[in-house]
Design a protein around this ligand. Structure first.
Ligand code: ADP
Ligand code: ASP
Ligand code: MG
Length: 419
């Protein structure tokens, strides 16, 4: 018997009817003879609503208490899914992250999984009981407090469990039927991708394709977990995320265009162009736990330069504080902050060998009247910072330029090419 981990996102369990649908899916998999481990997110927007509730009490909730509060969302949904399975005549038991043996460090709000001790899960499976596990949470081995693993981290719980249990596949059930060449909510002509390599999916997730959480893709890659992203509402195959087996991958140069409107830009203006200044700045940000994304330093004029960088909007207050402190210490002329930015990225393993891609992307943006403010690249990605209010037209322009709606021939259908 093989183990299958099935993860259901918030919209898949948003109400009682959907919870019954999820339970039927789990029951069908169990009836087919597989051992199912289900991981469930909080219902609908529960996590966001709980966070807002906390903000009505205090602008600075103690991180320990915030995690106690947020983790309760998943506790509700797992109990309801287990009840729905009982209604279908199956034996199921719900478990919190802590009960399921998800052991983490003590970093509230973005805890890292340190160990998985799934003894209760394996015992349940041996008894023929279906374990239903609360995603997104764990327990700190150090403080014994409940922790949460960061936004979208039920994906991480599912993939970590799939790795620990040696599951055949980790199925991510969501409200779209796979990974698309762009967010289908912005580009209606986006195409469903059959298979995406871990590397490409990692770049896509890190640049805003929120269908999979970036850290979970990294874990899947490191542990070689086969991931299948598919719809909770239909039975069709979705998108497989796996190692880059050349024969099975699509021949496309570009896989997708992604966008992200969750960042802000800070600029330190008129910085003395001397060794050690950038080090001071980024050390001050690191001390505040701020994650930096893009960094651009301009050419210097008369011994002074500007340094711009982007950070998650959720970190912008701490980042601004840090930049102000460094600005005073080094005698910079000004600090500016801009929250109306967006990042648009083009991702594709084939761009390594196609040098024209960068120029094509910039031309597409310019033809759409979109100004590029910052640029960064990796071997398989190009990202540009643009104005937030132009993001939808920018996505469509780039998607169109690279003809991403068009079906790509699979190599596997042409085995003679492998000779
Ligand atoms: P869940 O609650 O199931 O975890 P999420 O809201 O986290 O679901 O992720 C699914 C959403 O991701 C979709 O509704 C879709 O709008 C968005 N999305 C963004 N980019 C993509 C993409 N390239 N392919 C598919 N979905 C995408
Ligand atoms: N409920 C959590 C969140 O909204 C975890 C998840 O849905 O993956 O981020
Ligand atoms: Mg999600």
């Amino acid at each position: 018997m093989s183990v299958i981990v099935q993860k259901f996102g918030g919209s898949s369990v948003a109400d009682a009817e959907r919870i019954r649908t999820v339970a039927r899916r789990i029951a069908d998999t169990a009836d087919a003879g597989d051992q199912v481990v289900a991981v469930v997110s909080a219902m609908g927007d529960t996590t966001d609503e709980l966070r807002e509730l906390a903000m009505q009490i205090t602008r600075r909730p103690p991180p320990r208490e915030l995690d106690m509060l947020l983790s309760s969302g998943e506790r509700i949904s797992v109990a309801l899914v287990a009840m729905a399975l009982h209604e279908l005549g199956h034996v199921a038991e719900s478990y919190t992250g802590s009960q399921a043996g998800i052991v983490t460090d003590a970093l509230h709000g973005k805890a890292r999984i340190a160990d998985i001790r799934p003894t209760r899960i394996t015992a349940a499976l041996e008894r023929g009981t279906i374990p239903i596990i609360a995603g997104f949470q764990g327990v700190s081995a150090e403080t014994l407090d409940i922790t949460t693993l960061g936004p979208g981290a039920s994906d991480l719980t599912a993939i970590a469990l799939a790795a620990a249990l040696g599951a055949e596949v980790c199925e991510i059930y969501t409200d779209v039927d796979g990974v698309y060449s762009a967010d289908p909510r912005i580009e209606s002509r986006a195409r469903k991708l059959h298979a995406v390599s871990y590397e490409e999916m990692l770049e896509m997730a890190a640049t805003g394709a929120r269908v999979l959480q970036a850290r979970s893709v990294e874990l899947a890659r490191n542990q070689g977990v086969l991931v299948h992203v598919r719809s909770s509402f239909t039975a069709t195959d979705g998108t497989f995320i796996r190692g880059a087996d050349e024969r099975m991958m699509e021949k496309a140069i570009i896989s997708a265009v992604t966008h992200d409107t969750s960042e802000a830009k800070l600029t330190l203006v008129g910085v003395p162009d001397q060794p050690g200044v950038a080090a001071k700045l980024f050390r001050a940000l690191e001390r505040r736990g701020v994650n930096i994304d893009m960094i651009v330093q301009n050419v210097s004029h008369e011994g002074r330069t500007d340094i711009s960088f982007t950070v998650p909007r959720s970190d912008v207050e701490q980042a601004h504080e840090g930049v102000n402190e460094v600005s005073k210490a080094i005698g910079a002329s000004d600090v500016t902050r801009d929250e109306a930015i967006a990042r648009i990225s083009l991702v594709g393993a084939g761009m390594k060998t196609h040098p024209g891609v960068t120029a094509d992307m910039f031309e597409a943006l310019s033809a759409a009247g979109v100004n590029i403010e910052m640029i960064s690249t990796s071997p398989i990605r190009i990202s540009c910072v643009i104005r937030e209010d132009q993001v939808a037209e920018a996505v469509r322009a780039v998607h169109d330029r690279f003809k991403l709606s068009e079906e790509v021939v699979m190599r596997a259908e042409h085995p003679q090419e492998d000779l």
